[in-house]
Design a protein. Structure first.
Length: 132
């Protein structure tokens, strides 16, 4: 499937595609690093790396917009809330006895839908573009 056809998919499906990629990147970094460093540090590094890729893919592919500083700050704010949710849930699931390897899975299941709503607000909010 070429990029033009992919851009014709509904916004939510494009968001899911970007999200799957960003989540796989996040988990991949976490999975490798959690064996050699603290799980919270590994999770944070994976989140940070996937955040950068996610921002650009979300702007260009999901919402068809150029990245801007206002969008970057809004996206960063949405992801700060999302990161805090991730970390709280990760540590909750670890505390509940879920293995380090599997604990991110339920975190993703809860946090990704919340993230969609936050990020969609950022990219659909005309005030962040300086427009009323």
């Amino acid at each position: 499937m070429d990029i033009k056809k992919l851009r014709q998919l509904p916004e939510f499906f494009r968001f899911v595609m970007v999200g799957v990629f960003a989540t796989a990147l996040h988990y991949g970094v976490y999975f490798v690093l959690q064996w050699v460093i603290n799980v919270n540090v590994a999770y944070t590094l994976g989140y940070a790396i996937s955040f950068v890729a996610n921002f650009y893919l979300t702007a260009y592919f999901t919402f068809g917009q150029k990245p801007s500083w206002s969008k970057a700050f809004g996206f960063g704010g949405a992801h700060l809330v999302n990161y805090l949710l991730h970390m709280g849930l990760l540590n909750l699931f670890l505390w509940l006895g879920i293995s380090k390897t599997l604990a991110p899975v339920p975190v993703f299941a809860i946090a990704i839908p919340v993230n969609f709503l936050l990020v969609r607000f950022v990219f659909k909010n005309k005030r962040l573009d300086g427009k009323s």
